[in-house]
Design a protein around this ligand. Structure first.
Ligand SMILES: [Zn+2]
Ligand SMILES: [Zn+2]
Length: 416
């Protein structure tokens, strides 16, 4: 089958780290780490495995992080390469083993977490709790290291014509839901899980920093879960701002206007001896959906005393963060990644199923407009280029169409 494969090489990582900001073609050009190539057709290792034919497979910030070598080396022991990337997938079961409860032809989204069960091991405490994303044995058992499909040598991800999935990873998609909505279940589940880590109080003043896929998904998650909150969004580009409003933001500001937005949330600004303004008061809850020095600094600066900062932006190695805000204002800084069995509203439900239900119940929320760019696999260089320069491309969510040829298509939130 045809696939997009990431090849790890230390010299290439060093080169990309040093020079890719000046010469992005080092990442997407012929010298880059991704190739379009033949890959062995996946063979199900047991009766509870299925072969899935991806219909749409998203390009995630973490994929770009690995390809462009932005990712912290601290994650490297928990992946194995070369691997077929792609962990945001809607597809169709092409072939299922006897213990797969759904027939061939069923449309599914795939939870990419790799559990102890899939490794042929008894469940570790995190898998037992329903959060294989945090699996403590993600380097052991019958599979190569990796906690996520797409970053594990033995389980090709969605950037290919076929992928493998364990029955426990499959979540059927309701009829009538578009592929564009379904492919966003994974990022929406990250946002829903992030929100459920510290559910906002009624009437909370919330700041979402960033309006890429995760920021917009966080705005949508607050609405999908029915929270009554005042949500301010910091968006960089015009179409991100438009989409943030459509998905339920109460107010959208540019990152440069965050000080004014904080004043509206009741914060008083003070001038320190040197440096940026500091505040008394501020937002009850801040989601950092960017993960840069500036966004984390804004988040810590703008959360009120006793407030909460949720890290959804996959921040890596960031120098010169002023931790004074955390202790001086007794902030709670909460990490969030992945999804699993949520305890919500008196029941236990997988985040993916919660998102699928909520999307079906809220057809008016136009999350599918986040999908701005579609590329066939062999046009991957254009896809990576669009992802590396979102200002020029206007890309929010870029998806591959692994089983279709054809030309790339681009839409903007103005369309439709
Ligand atoms: Zn991702
Ligand atoms: Zn485990």
């Amino acid at each position: 089958m045809k696939a997009l494969v990431y090849r790890l090489s230390l010299p290439r990582v060093v080169l990309a780290k040093l020079l890719a900001h000046r010469w992005p073609w080092l990442v997407y050009g012929p010298a880059g780490a991704v190739v379009y190539t033949d890959w062995p057709d996946p063979v199900p290792p047991g009766e509870d495995w299925a072969v899935v034919a991806p219909r749409l497979a998203g390009l995630c910030g973490s994929d770009i992080g690995v390809i462009a070598a932005h990712t912290s080396p601290s994650a490297s022991p928990f992946s194995s390469f070369p691997a077929v990337l792609g962990h945001e997938v809607v597809g169709v079961i092409a072939q299922g083993g006897a213990r797969v409860p759904w027939p061939a032809g069923t449309r599914v989204v795939v939870d990419p977490s790799i559990s102890c069960t899939m490794r042929g091991l008894p469940p570790c405490p995190q898998c037992q709790r329903g959060f294989p994303y945090l699996c403590q044995r993600c380097t052991d058992g019958t599979l190569s290291p990796g906690f996520l499909v797409g970053f594990c040598r033995d389980l090709p991800g969605g950037w290919a014509q076929r992928m493998l999935a364990h029955a426990s990873q499959l979540h059927p998609v309701p009829d009538g839901m578009s592929d564009e909505r379904a492919v966003l279940v994974e990022p929406l589940a990250i946002a829903v899980h992030g929100v459920l880590r510290r559910p906002p109080a009624a009437g909370a003043r919330i700041l979402v920093i960033g309006a890429g896929t995760i920021g917009l998904s966080t705005v949508a998650a607050l609405r999908l879960l029915g929270y009554d909150a005042h949500v301010t969004v910091a968006a960089r580009h015009g179409m991100q701002a438009r989409l943030a409003r459509e998905l339920g933001a109460s107010r959208v500001v540019s990152p440069a206007d965050l000080g004014r937005a904080a004043a509206e949330a009741g914060a008083r600004a003070f001038r320190p001896l040197i440096g940026r303004a500091v505040y008394r008061g501020g937002f009850d809850l801040v989601y950092d959906c960017v993960g840069t020095r500036r966004s984390l600094d804004d988040a810590l600066r703008l959360a009120r005393e006793g407030g909460t900062v949720v890290l959804l932006g996959a921040a890596g190695e960031i120098p010169k963060i002023d931790w004074t805000f955390v202790w001086m204002r007794e902030l709670e800084v909460v990490g969030a990644v992945g999804y699993g069995l949520e305890r919500v509203g008196g029941r236990t439900v997988h985040t993916f199923d919660l998102v699928l239900e909520a999307l079906a119940a809220h057809p008016e929320l136009p999350v599918e407009r986040m999908v701005t760019h579609r590329f066939p696999l062999h046009r991957y260089r254009e896809a990576l280029q669009a992802a590396l320069d979102r200002r020029a491309s206007g890309a929010i969510k870029i998806v591959f169409t692994p089983n279709e040829g054809g030309a790339p298509t681009v839409s903007t939130p103005r369309d439709g």
